[in-house]
Write a protein of this length. Structure first.
Length: 423
């Protein structure tokens, strides 16, 4: 009787107290992770006094706004961020066959919605410490293929828009942390605007590194990252990634190795080319700019001299000269970001952005581009990126428990079974 009296109390008009008349009722279903729940959904006619403000009143309108529970939506988002949507649908059908008749489009919509909701969520736990050592902030970019434009309009306009539209979406990924520890990751697929830099600044503050003197930024010297670097609200020390320098020096080494034997000048050794290249690489490693520039010029002259003496190896020498020119141009364009890498490595600081590139592989590569024949919209890519960042930072389940505190703490029993203690 208490339930029926509560229903009748709700049917009473707030203004005049009269009972609202029943307009219609139908059976609805609510999808949960375990099974579907059926309930009666009624609509009442509004009272003639005008206090309701609408023609009909639905008592469940503000309580059941979705056809599925929040737990099921978060479960769909967790699976949709980890695997393709159709594969997530097959996993749901295999493990929870009674959870509802959702298809892959529903899982995609729930994934995008949850990704939007956690985009600006504050971290559950503070990442900062009382005494914060210097941390390295690495920034890099990953790319995913953009979805085709399906906008209606004239054919010429659609073709022109598709031609001028970039074919990929750039995902900016930043990783912050001390050397030897798991970094905290941030990512965004949004355009390069002030909002992106504000989000990155908020990420630094939430991580406890708002002071610019506590952060050292590592980059690979790419031009598309120059705008992200310059728009940060404070000045940092930018360091060129040694991994990229090392790969370019490795190409020069492979090209010079077959040409190393032979004395080219009177004062040179039997391996003059190789000795000169080894000294050039050493001076780059210790950050002596004047010295490596001089040795690069001497190395280029020796390659020209070797080509004149032995024209049969002209193709190999041109390959070595081309590789040397590339590395010298790269170093000169980023000369302000070169440091003494040997000293940095000895004190235990990072000299490479490998920790950022591994984060890009885990966030973008495994789900969105590698061996995945799919295209993305910017909103969909950004939402999936936010979810995968939350997984990598081990914050997803904490955010879910913030919205649903009972997750993982409830006990289920049969209705006929009695327990010694109530719960």
């Amino acid at each position: 009787m208490s339930g029926r009296s509560n229903v009748f109390a709700r049917r009473s008009c707030v203004g005049c107290g009269l009972q609202r008349r029943l307009h219609d009722s139908h059976c609805s279903e609510l999808k949960t992770p375990l099974e579907k729940v059926f309930y009666c959904r009624e609509r009442w006619k509004a009272c003639n006094c005008g206090a309701d403000g609408s023609r009909y009143v639905s008592p469940f309108k503000d309580y059941l706004t979705e056809a599925s529970t929040g737990e099921l939506r978060w479960l769909h988002a967790e699976l949709g961020a980890a695997m393709p949507y159709r594969q997530a649908k097959r996993v749901m059908d295999l493990l929870l066959p009674t959870s509802g008749r959702d298809n892959h489009v529903t899982i995609r919509n729930h994934t995008v919605a949850i990704g939007k909701s956690i985009q600006h969520a504050r971290p559950v736990r503070r990442w900062c410490e009382t005494e914060k050592p210097i941390a390295e902030l690495g920034i890099d970019v990953g790319y995913v293929r953009r979805a085709r434009c399906n906008r209606k309009g004239s054919g010429k306009e659609n073709r022109a828009e598709a031609w001028n539209r970039p074919s990929s979406i750039a995902v900016v990924v930043a990783a912050l942390g001390q050397a030897g520890k798991q970094p905290r990751v941030w990512a965004s697929a949004m355009p390069r605007t002030k909002l992106l830099n504000q989000d990155m600044t908020r990420f630094l503050e939430d991580s406890g590194y708002g002071d610019p003197n506590e952060v050292v930024v590592l980059t690979d010297g790419a031009r598309d990252l120059a705008g992200v670097a310059n728009d940060l609200p404070y000045d940092n020390e930018w360091i060129l990634d040694w991994a990229h320098i090392g790969r370019m020096l490795r190409r020069v080494e492979q090209a010079i190795a077959p040409l190393a034997c032979g004395r080219l000048t009177d004062s040179g050794s039997a391996f003059e080319l190789w000795d000169l290249f080894a000294r050039f690489r050493h001076y780059v490693w210790v950050g002596r700019t004047v010295a490596w520039r001089q040795f690069a010029a001497r190395l280029a002259r020796l390659l020209d001299l070797r080509e004149k003496r032995d024209p049969t190896v002209s193709s190999q020498i041109k390959k070595a000269s081309y590789s040397l020119s590339n590395v010298v141009t790269y170093l000169k364009s980023n000369v302000e970001s070169l440091i003494d890498y040997r000293t940095w490595q000895r004190v235990g600081l990072r000299i490479s952005t490998g920790f950022v590139e591994s984060s890009i592989n885990r966030i973008v590569g495994r789900r969105m581009c590698k061996s995945q024949h799919m295209r993305w919209s910017r909103v969909g890519a950004h939402s999936v990126v936010q979810l995968r960042v939350a997984f990598l930072n081990q914050e997803f389940h904490e955010l879910a428990q913030r919205q649903f505190p009972w997750i993982g703490r409830r006990r289920v029993t049969w209705p006929s079974q009695r327990t010694s203690q109530p719960f």
